[in-house]
Design a protein around this ligand. Structure first.
Ligand code: NAD
Ligand code: UD1
Length: 339
């Protein structure tokens, strides 16, 4: 299939490009490099031995988007593009609503105008209400988001659902990711956060590398087995493969489909620290710090629907996630930037 990958130069999108190329699809990436480096796509080509087309463009630029669809015949769109920093979204809500909702609306309008009606959307576990019992199934309550980033995911799901309701020709896959970590086993691509990482795994690997003095564990008094927060971490390559499975599923399944993409297993912050130390032989100094605003004690999913209907299941272990994070971090201490 001819696939448009928005945000394909980013962390998850680039891993999806690898799996799409490996599965024989042809790939066009549209990305404004707001949070990415074009070097990443050259490495995708190195990993796969295949080429892709890269368009450096902002999805908010209607004329550029229209021209892209005028000159290509896409079968389907994987929509990863978006801003994703939770704290920043609290500081800059209008920027987040404008970018994350604007890109989704422009994209769908342009798709409809060109008769392209298959889209996979990067949603998040953050759309689930914090008061759900664990593990969450796709039918669990949504809403009650604690920050503008979360609301943009919630609202984008609604926009896409209403679009498919108005025109039954659409096929919409709402993929709710849990906590993607790790990197491609080649060590050529991985997560390249700008500045001080907000998320746990990049912070752990930068601490192990000596770039950060110690990890602050946000909260040691949660009602969890060791008092630290529990999340459903999954290997980014598993997540990328979930997209290929979801794309295959779209044929013959019009309408809106929601899937959790996670492992179904929860690990605590200290589990992650110890697993990382065991997998890499590196020490990760840490201190227990106050809870982070907006955090909940535990979030993990029931992934049974994806296994049953998509035939997809996360395969990589926690050890694989840690080993591949470290492999990427140690081979690329400055990320994609030239040394
Ligand atoms: P990322 O920042 O690495 O990738 C997003 C990409 O979108 C970047 O390359 C960025 O340059 C691009 N982009 C942003 N705005 C754009 C615009 N207006 N026009 C063109 N390109 C634009 O993030 P990621 O971790 O790869 O996440 C991909 C998607 O998955 C995002 O939508 C994110 O919200 C969602 N998601 C991520 C996680 C996670 O833990 N990483 C969890 C759940 C959902
Ligand atoms: C966060 C976002 C979520 C987003 C996801 C992916 C919040 C409240 N939630 O999820 O909306 O979809 O990232 O981008 O920000 N931790 C530490 N020390 C650190 C960093 C994290 O102890 O330096 C802990 C956290 O308290 C949490 C766990 O590690 O218990 C995972 O944190 P993180 O990687 O930020 O992911 P989430 O909070 O699950």
């Amino acid at each position: 299939m001819n696939v448009l990958v928005t945000g394909g130069a980013g962390y998850i999108g680039s891993h999806a490009c690898v799996e799409l190329l490996n599965a024989g699809h042809s790939v066009v990436v549209a990305d404004n490099l707001a949070n990415a480096n074009a070097e990443c796509l050259r490495r995708v080509e190195r990993i796969t031995g295949k080429t892709l087309e890269f368009r450096e463009m902002d999805l908010l630029d209607r004329a550029a988007l229209n021209e892209l669809f005028d000159t290509h015949r896409f079968d389907c769109v994987l929509h990863f593009a978006g801003l994703k920093a939770v704290g920043e979204s609290v500081q800059q809500p209008l920027r987040y609503y404008n970018n994350n909702l604007g890109t989704t609306i422009h994209l769908c309008q342009t798709m409809a105008a060109h008769g392209v009606k298959k889209i996979l959307f990067s949603s998040s576990a953050t759309v689930y209400s914090p008061d759900n019992a664990m593990p969450v199934k796709e039918s669990a309550r949504t809403g009650g988001c604690t920050n503008p980033y979360g609301w943009t995911k919630y609202m984008s799901e609604q926009i896409l659902t209403d679009t498919a309701k108005a025109d039954p020709g659409w096929t919409v896959m709402l993929l709710r990711y849990f906590n993607p970590v790790g990197a491609h086993p080649s060590g050529l691509i991985g997560e390249d956060p700008r500045g001080i990482p907000n998320n746990l795994m990049p912070y752990i690997s930068q601490t192990a590398a000596g770039r950060r003095e110690k990890l602050s564990v946000f909260g040691g008094d949660y009602p969890t087995p060791d008092g630290t927060g529990v999340r459903d971490y999954l290997h980014v390559v598993d997540l990328a493969r979930g997209h290929v499975a979801a794309m295959d599923y779209m044929a013959g399944h019009p309408g809106v489909h929601v899937f959790n993409l996670g492992t179904g297993r929860g690990y605590s912050v200290l589990d992650m620290v110890h697993a990382f130390e065991a997998a890499t032989g590196k020490r990760v100094p840490y201190v227990i710090a106050p809870r982070r605003a907006g955090d909940v004690a535990e979030v993990y999913c029931d992934p049974a629907k994806a296994e049953r209907e998509l035939g997809w299941k996360a395969e990589y272990s926690l050890e694989d996630m840690c080993r591949d994070s470290w492999n990427w971090q140690s081979k690329n201490p400055n990320g994609f930037a030239a040394d």
